[in-house]
Design a binder for this molecule. Structure first.
Ligand SMILES: Cc1cc2nc3c(=O)[nH]c(=O)nc-3n(C[C@H](O)[C@H](O)[C@H](O)COP(=O)(O)OP(=O)(O)OC[C@H]3O[C@@H](n4cnc5c(N)ncnc54)[C@H](O)[C@@H]3O)c2cc1C
Length: 299
């Protein structure tokens, strides 16, 4: 089943994002975490991809392993920065040959010591989307969206034009960067509508679990703002166990509101760990995603 089929029948769909671990021991830990998360009945999962193909084989291997283990549809992220047409054709052919038909098409970020993206055949994600849809029309393709804006495009109106270009190139859905203030998401969704973007918008949610991680996240997810009330709660915590409680409580509150507003999907950034995600479901009073949807339909 393609992600678009899931989104058409399951509202909201719950998905989990993992990254390819660097060592065998960490991969074993991840497989244990996935086992612990399966009872939550996610609709699908996704696996990230290092910019410039730095995790190409590890992503590919993990995508197949997770599909085999879970039986769930798996989205493979794919970045195009620094890649040639042949590189991209090669990896997509491997996915197609192995029955993987869901790709999150991203530009990726250039190496940190360069200001400009490394040269490649695909300057922007929109070029990658158009290529996939032309060469592999059976593929279902998602793209990234940025409720608080992408740091490289200060003009927020132009940014929506660029997002529309990705959808016009064939993107089937949008997954957002993580955000902590739902007003940013609601406003983004509204701006998508005004721009004529009809693709489903899936909300990216990350629970804060420790203070160091919060600072690292603010670096990586450039632009993600921590609202003062959340910051105040985190600052009042005596240790990371309390931070994790505050962070998962906040994420659960965000999800409750998003479900109430009819969001198409919730994409949970797991950071390869089960505890915080399970805690969010506990906060929501649900043992699995079906119960959350059931609660929604009961109003
Ligand atoms: C859900 C999600 C998953 C992600 N997964 C990964 C991953 O697995 N691996 C990874 O390396 N990174 C990942 N990223 C990060 C992403 O690669 C970076 O944020 C990157 O900087 C932008 O990628 P993009 O696909 O949005 O690029 P684009 O859509 O190409 O946009 C990049 C910038 O260029 C601007 N732009 C777009 N088109 C034009 C144009 N025609 N002219 C001028 N400017 C233009 C945009 O406004 C934006 O500022 C993910 C991000 C999200 C939200």
């Amino acid at each position: 089943m393609r992600i678009t089929d899931i989104l058409a029948t399951t509202k909201p769909a719950f998905s989990l994002e993992f990254f390819p671990p660097k060592t065998d021991a960490l991969r074993d830990d991840l497989l244990v975490a996935i086992d612990a998360l399966l009872p939550l009945r996610p609709s699908y999962v996704s696996v990230t991809y290092g910019a410039g193909g730095s995790t190409r084989d590890r992503t590919f291997d993990l995508v197949l392993q997770v599909r085999e283990k879970t039986g769930l549809p798996v989205i493979s992220h794919l970045t195009c920065v620094g890649s040639t047409r042949e590189d991209i054709h090669d990896i997509l052919s491997r996915y197609a040959a192995n029955g993987i038909h869901d790709i999150l098409a991203l530009r990726g970020d250039p190496p940190r010591d360069h200001d400009k993206p490394a040269p490649g055949d695909f300057p922007q994600a929109a070029d990658l989307v158009a290529y996939i849809k032309k060469e592999f029309p059976e593929m279902c393709v998602g793209v990234a969206g940025f409720p608080e804006g992408h740091p490289e495009t200060p003009n927020r109106l132009r940014e929506m034009d660029f997002l529309k270009q990705k959808v016009d190139a064939g993107a089937d859905y949008i997954i957002t960067q993580l955000f902590f203030d739902n007003r940013d998401f609601h406003d983004f969704r509204h701006r998508c509508e005004l721009a004529g973007i009809k693709a489903p918008v899936i909300a990216g949610i990350l629970p804060i679990t420790n203070k160091a991680g919060m600072i690292r996240m603010a670096d990586l997810a450039a632009g993600a703002r921590i609202p003062a009330p959340l910051l105040k709660e985190v600052q009042a915590c005596r240790d990371d166990a309390e931070v994790a409680q505050a962070g998962t409580r906040w994420a659960a509150t965000q999800i409750r509101d998003l479900v109430d507003h009819g969001v198409a999907g919730i994409h949970l950034y797991t950071l390869n760990s089960a505890d915080a995600i399970k805690q969010i479901f506990a906060e929501l009073g649900a043992t699995d995603s079906e119960q959350i949807r059931g609660g929604l339909s009961k109003g």
